[in-house]
Design a protein around this ligand. Sequence first.
Ligand code: PXP
Length: 248
Amino acid sequence: MIKLGVNIDHIATIRQARKEDFPSVTEAAALCEKAGADSITVHLREDRRHIQDKDVYGLRESLRTKLNLEMAASEEIVKIALDVKPDYVCLVPEKRQEVTTEGGVDVAGQKAKLSDIVDRLKKSGIIVSMFIDADIEQVNASSEINADCIEIHTGKYAEYFKKFGADPNEFQSEIKRISDASAHAVSKGLILNAGHGLDYKNLEGICKIASMNEFNIGFAIVAESVFTGLEKAVTDMKKLIKKYTGDM
Ligand code: PXP
């Protein structure tokens, strides 16, 4: 079965909205693990907009499954990764102004820099992945710099599904692009992961890609949990009001 890595960045987004110490990402991660998550993913952004350094260190202590750290190829974050030693690192592109990670890393365009980072991370026992678009040139470059895995960016796939549904040509041609890049990656000995924009509606098509190892899914799961939890949260607050003020 394809494994599920749960990205809990947006638990931290809620916490940072108030700069509180709750909701706790370690508690959220424990719940995800209890529910069957195979790994927990966090993105330590250079602007620290959601996940903070202390979260990464805390998760390293508390997780029973695997810690997957998404990060830009920046020296500051590489140093933290080498200190924390997550099980996996996924190198992603990062722009300050973006709402979320737009597009994959241009591995082919910065092989020397990335090769050095991959080497240092691997030497410290970390399994290294490249978050790339479904593109043969990027797969080849990831293999050439000795990455262990690739994670295919499924953002376009998700966008086409939202716009057109599963039938039309745009969606099918994107599936073919992902299938071809995936098959090529596997033939090169790379472990195959995928993520970004995957949700409860669009998951089926991507599950059909052969040899997929793991999906990384964040926003859809955190957003869904609001609706699976909101009713109880309100009921519990009403119960407390009743308890403290009497039945009026
Ligand atoms: N994989 C990578 C490399 C990402 O950067 C992200 C977003 O942080 C995800 C997966 C998860 O995407 P989403 O939150 O849309 O499920």
